[in-house]
Ligand binder design. Sequence first.
Ligand code: PLP
Length: 396
Amino acid sequence: MLKPNGNYRNLKESYLFFGISQKVAAYRAEHPEKPLYRLGIGDVSLPLCRAAIQALHSAADDQAKEETFHGYTPECGIPEFRAAVAGYYSRRGVHPDPEEIFVSSGASDELGDILDLFDAGSPALITQPAYPAYVDASVMAGRKTFFLNAGPENDFLPLPGDDTAADLIYLCSPNNPTGAVYSREQLQSWVGYANRHGAVILFDAAYEAFIEGDLPHSIFEIPGAETCAIEICSLSKTAGFTGTRLGYTVIPKALERDGMNLNAMWVRNRTTKTNGISYLLQKAGIAVFSDEGLEQIQENIRIYKQNAQVLMDALDQTGIRYWGGKNAPYIWMACPNGMKSWDFFDLLLNEIQVIGTPGEGFGACGEGYFRLSSFGKPEETKTAAERIRKLLEETK
Ligand code: PLP
C-alpha cells in the first residue's frame, strides 16, 4: 500500500500566517464595520516600478508575434537575466560568473527545493526566531533540526560556538523577524566555521535591499564564502514582486562536498524539475536590475523605511524595547508587561484593530516578542502607530 510522507505528522499544527488569517477572518465576521490596520504578514503594498511594468508589456507584445515569440526558456535562467543579476552583485565588488546564478520563482520555493541537494540525514541548524519555512521544509524532508537561540544577549545575532554541530546552516540577514543584520566580522566567523566543519550555509538575503551603511548585503562579500555558501534571494521585497514571483539563487562553482559539485548538481536538478521561469518575468527582472530600475525601486523602499520610522517614533514615546526597523522592514518589539505574544496579538486585534505577528510563531524563543511590518500603506501605518502608542501608554 502507498505510504504518505510520515514526516508531515511532525509539523506543527498550523502555519503561522494561516493561524493569523483565521483569527482575523473570525474578527471580521463579527465586526464587519471596523477597519483593520495590517502590520502583520510581510507582503508589500506598493506597485511595481515603471521599468518593470514597461518590460512586462513589451515582453507580452513579443509573445504576440512569430518573430519575437519565446517558448520554453533555459531552465537555469535566460542568459541576459543571469548577467543582469551578476551585474547587480558586481556593484558591491562581488563578481559571480553568470552560470553561478540560477533563476527561481521566489525564495520560498527555492528554500524548500534546494534541500534536494543534501542528504536527509544531514542535520540543519536554524537560528531562532526564524522564518517558519526553514523549519517546516526541513521537517517535511525528515531532516533533524537544531536551533541556536537569538536574543537581546547577542543582539539577535547568534554566532557559532565550539559545541555547535550542523551540516546545513540557515542564516537570514537582514533577519525576518528581528530585523538584525550580521556585520562582516560576524559573517566571517560563520564562514570560517562552515569551511572548517564542511558545513554549507544557506544564506537568505531576501531583505538585502533594505540595508543602509557598510553592512554586507551578500554572504559572498565575505572571503571564503564561495566554498561554503549558497545564497537565496528574490525580487519580492527588493522590487515588490511578491505576487509577480521571481528570484535567484547563487551557487558558486567552487562549492563541493564529498567530491560532488553543488553547482553542477543544481543544473541537473533544474533541468529535470523545471522547464524554466516565464520569459515575461525574467524580462521584468532584467529591467529591475537596469540603472533606471534600480533607481526606481528605491522610491518604494524609501516609503517603507518612512513607515518603519513612524512606528519606531511611536514606540520611542512609550519606552518599550524594540530591535530592527533600520536595515529591515520589520520591527521586533518586546510585548508589554511580560505579556505572551498571542495574547498581545489578541489585544491589538480586539482593542485597536491592528494586526501584527506574534513572536512565538517564529519559534519558542520568540515568545514575549511581537513583529510589526513596515510594508503597509503610509496613512494606515500612521494610524496604526498612533493606536499602538496610545494602547501601550494605557497598559503601562
Ligand atoms: N525569506 C524570508 C526571510 C522571507 O521573509 C520571505 C517572505 O516573506 C521569503 C524568504 C519568501 O520570499 P519569496 O516571496 O521570494 O518567496
